[in-house]
Design a binder for this molecule. Structure first.
Ligand code: TMP
Length: 233
């Protein structure tokens, strides 16, 4: 993290691991855990955390855009990077400079896992692009929700379809099983290489127990980040 005094928390994981639900639950828990009026909590996501990003998201997830018809892996990578550059510049850095606690659904880890391990693009190129798009902004904490990919894809198919989906699957979800398995390996490799920054959460447990793991990880960090606010609670 290097943008003012806020704190930046990222949720990562493969398809259908329950990030959105757990992000919402964490927000509610934080609102109760922290003294009222002291900290603002901002919730955002990639791709799609800005006006431009919502348009890029629609393109990126559109099932009508198959690889053969013209979304090569490099183009896909650059579109995710464009979404990130816009998001960091217009949303994340301003919020963090104001001191907000920012909860973000996906960030640079997704590009390493999906475009690097999943698509097979050069990891050094992705690192460089991530550095350019973020201007060096890194999360204070990443919560990696880990789940068997078959189970995740099954869960993803049960949720409400978004625009651009074919047969209940967006363009990324429609990729073959082995792609999603490589993505999971990518997150595992990232977590192994960054044990201080990335916490693995077992997303195969019931929802309440997943939330409890997240709250335990958060509580430790809150005590470090906001000792003065929590002293009397
Ligand atoms: P979501 O459904 O979790 O919001 O994510 C949208 C899709 O975009 C999901 O399949 C993961 C993918 N993605 C990438 O492939 N690379 C990235 O850098 C990001 C942020 C997301």
């Amino acid at each position: 993290m290097d943008a003012g005094k806020g704190r930046f928390i990222v949720f990562e994981g493969t398809e259908g691991v329950g990030k959105s639900t757990q992000l919402r639950r964490l927000r509610q828990w934080l609102a109760q855990r922290l003294p009222p009026g002291v900290l603002s909590i901002a919730v955002t996501r990639e791709p799609g955390g800005t006006d431009l990003g919502q348009r890029l998201r629609a393109l990126l997830l559109d099932s009508a855009l198959t690889e053969a018809e013209g979304l090569p892996h490099l183009t896909e990578l650059l579109l995710y990077a464009a979404d990130r550059a816009q998001h960091v510049h217009t949303t994340l850095k301003p919020a963090l400079t104001e001191g907000a606690l920012v909860l973000c659904d996906r960030y640079t880890g997704s590009t390493i896992a999906y475009q690097g391990y999943g698509r097979g693009l050069d990891l050094a190129l992705i690192e460089r692009l991530n550095a350019i798009a973020t201007g060096g902004l890194t999360p204070d904490l990443t919560l990696w929700l880990d789940l068997d990919v078959r189970e995740g894809l099954r869960r993803a198919r049960q949720r409400q379809p978004e625009a651009g989906e074919l047969e209940g699957k967006d363009r990324m979800e429609a990729a073959e099983l082995s792609f999603h398995q490589r993505v999971r390996q990518g997150f595992a490799a990232l977590a192994a290489a960054n044990p201080q920054q990335i916490v693995r959460i077992d997303a195969g447990l019931p929802e309440d127990r997943v939330s409890a793991q997240i709250q335990t990880a958060m509580e430790q960090h809150l005590q470090q980040w906001y000792p003065q606010h929590l002293a009397s609670s």
